[in-house]
Write a protein that binds this ligand. Structure first.
Ligand SMILES: [Zn+2]
Length: 196
C-alpha cells in the first residue's frame, strides 16, 4: 500500500497499484518527457507513439503548456506510475494553479475525482463533477475543465484571494482568448460568494 500525496490540492490517498512522483520545475517539457519515458522502459517506438492512448499514456496538456503528467504502466495495466512536472513561470499564483491543475489530471486519471468534489464542497465551492468521473469517457475539453476547476481549488486552498484571482489574473478580459479556461472560471465564480 502506498500513500499518494497531492500536495497542492491537499488530497492523500492509499493506492496499492500506483506511484506518484514530482519532478518539480524543468526547463523543457518535451525533453523531460522523453527522459521520464526512457526511464520507465519505453522504447523509441513507444515514445514516438506516446501521444496515443494506450498503456503508455501521456497528457500533452495542449491548453497551458505549463505542466504535464505522464502515466506509464506495465503491459497488463495493473501498476501505474505517475510523474508530474512543470515549467517555472516565476509567478507564485500561476505556478500554484499549474501544479493543482496537473495534480487534478492525475487524480482524475486514477478514477478518484470524487475526492476533489468532496474538498470543493467543504470549501463552499459546490461543483458537481459526477458526470466526469470516468476519465476515459471524457473528451479533452472535459479533462481541461476538470483540471482547471482543480487549479482554482488549489489557489483557494493556498489562500489566494479568489475575488482578486477572478478580477485580475483570470479576469474576463485576460481569458477572452482562452476558451479552455472560460468554463471553469464561470463554474467556479458561480458557486463562490465573494465576501462583500
Ligand atoms: Zn491540462
Amino acid at each position: 500500500m502506498s500513500l499518494l500525496k497531492f500536495k497542492t490540492i491537499g488530497i492523500s490517498l492509499n493506492k496499492n497499484n500506483c506511484s506518484l512522483r514530482y519532478d518539480g520545475f524543468v526547463s523543457d517539457l518535451e525533453e523531460h518527457t522523453r527522459k521520464v519515458l526512457l526511464e520507465f522502459g519505453a522504447t523509441q517506438e513507444e515514445i514516438k507513439n506516446a501521444y496515443n492512448k494506450g498503456p503508455l499514456a501521456m497528457e500533452p496538456d495542449l491548453s497551458l503548456h505549463e505542466g504535464r503528467f505522464i502515466c506509464t504502466s506495465d503491459d497488463d495495466e495493473t501498476v501505474f506510475n505517475y510523474v508530474i512536472f512543470f515549467k517555472n513561470k516565476n509567478n507564485r499564483l500561476t505556478n500554484t494553479f499549474s501544479k493543482a491543475h496537473e495534480e487534478t489530471h492525475v487524480l482524475h486519471h486514477m478514477g478518484e475525482l470524487h475526492l476533489l468534489e468532496k474538498k470543493l464542497r467543504a470549501s463552499r465551492a459546490i461543483i458537481n463533477l459526477s458526470d466526469f468521473y470516468d476519465y476515459k469517457k471524457c473528451n479533452s475539453q472535459d479533462h481541461e475543465l476538470v483540471a482547471n476547476i482543480g487549479g482554482f481549488y488549489g489557489l483557494q486552498r493556498n489562500n489566494f484571494n479568489m475575488s482578486y484571482v477572478f478580477s485580475h489574473e483570470y479576469s474576463p478580459s485576460r481569458i477572452k482568448n482562452r476558451p479552455d479556461l472560460i468554463p471553469a472560471v464561470e463554474a467556479y465564480k458561480r458557486v463562490l460568494k465573494f465576501g462583500k
